[in-house]
Design a protein around this ligand. Structure first.
Ligand SMILES: Nc1ncnc2c1ncn2[C@@H]1O[C@H](COP(=O)(O)OP(=O)(O)O)[C@@H](O)[C@H]1O
Ligand SMILES: CC(=O)N[C@@H](CCC(=O)OP(=O)(O)O)C(=O)O
Length: 267
């Protein structure tokens, strides 16, 4: 299976044909079994702002109070999830939208952070992939919103990269693709800010420590490491704004971006 995390910063919400969805359908037709995990952080921030609620982040994780949790359920589990499923439908492919709450997919506990209380932010404790396997076996593309539930039935907001990393690990997916709004991990070189084509966990730790990797890139690389720890063969951060980068990368390794492997430095 291929797990594809589609970031909210690049998801089209204007109804125009979405090349990423076209690519995912193409991969499905070729028998590659894609599983989609989506974000929607940008749409959440904009609705929260309309409600007069300020968004606050700690290392890329949104501090989630009661209001924010409601907005997460509405935007991620509702609007964003159904828009994506409708876009798959319009492009001629059957997708089924679920959240991590459905079928016991994502059991979480409250995530603790050294920088302060994150509120209702979940850290994935257990993944039950039964529902994903059932949907894939029936020919559907699962489209998953990053919400989870704890043992007491409390719903939590999960960073979409973290949810995708945990799901890719549990599925022992051959590949995890994280589609975002930058070409990959960028770093300073003598020639200026450039794409880092390959990285190892050790290099990533150095880049977080020296501040090169910050904000929304932190949950992304943490998700990559989590998926690698659980047996994903490699993970790849690619540009969701580059039309067909996903298809090129999945079919012949020409999509660009940053590959992260557990072993030696890639490429
Ligand atoms: N070293 C880095 N290389 C690339 N992007 C970085 C880096 N450090 C921080 N970022 C930020 O991470 C962002 C991607 O994360 P995020 O905004 O959460 O996107 P998404 O919605 O796709 O998950 C980039 O737009 C950039 O602002
Ligand atoms: C806890 C946490 O940070 N949850 C994220 C969930 C959405 C998300 O991750 O969306 P993107 O992938 O588009 O950034 C949030 O509230 O923004």
């Amino acid at each position: 299976m291929l797990v594809i995390k589609y970031g909210g910063s690049t998801i089209r919400t204007d109804g125009s044909p979405d090349p990423v969805i076209g690519d995912i359908i193409e991969l499905h037709k070729k028998g590659l079994q894609p599983v989609v995990v989506h974000g929607g952080g940008k749409a959440m921030s904009s609705l929260l702002e309309q409600l007069g609620h300020r968004s606050q982040f700690l290392d890329g994780y949104r501090v989630t109070d009661d209001v924010t949790l409601k907005v997460a359920a509405m935007v991620l589990g509702g609007d964003m999830n159904k828009r994506l499923v409708a876009a798959f439908q319009a492009a001629g492919s059957a997708a089924v939208g679920i959240t991590g709450v459905d079928g016991g997919l994502l059991t979480v506990q409250k995530k603790h952070h050294s920088g302060g209380d994150l509120g209702f932010v979940g850290e994935v404790e257990a993944v039950n992939v039964t529902l994903i396997h059932a949907l894939v076996a029936a020919g559907f593309i699962p489209v998953i919103a990053p919400l989870g539930v704890d043992a007491q039935g409390q719903i939590y907001n999960i960073n979409a990269d973290s949810a995708a990393g945990a799901i890719a690990g549990a599925l022992e997916a051959e590949k995890l693709y994280l589609l975002t709004d930058v070409p990959g991990i960028l770093h300073e070189t003598e020639a200026g800010r450039e794409l880092l084509p390959g990285a190892t966990p050790a290099l990533i730790a150095d880049l977080i420590a020296d501040g090169t990797i910050s904000g929304g890139m932190i949950p992304k690389v943490e998700a990559c490491l989590e998926a690698l720890r659980h047996g994903a063969a490699h993970v790849h951060i690619i540009d969701g704004n580059d039309p067909h980068a996903l298809l090129h990368e999945a079919l012949d390794g020409r999509g660009g971006g940053t590959i992260i492997r557990g072993g030696e430095l890639a490429r």
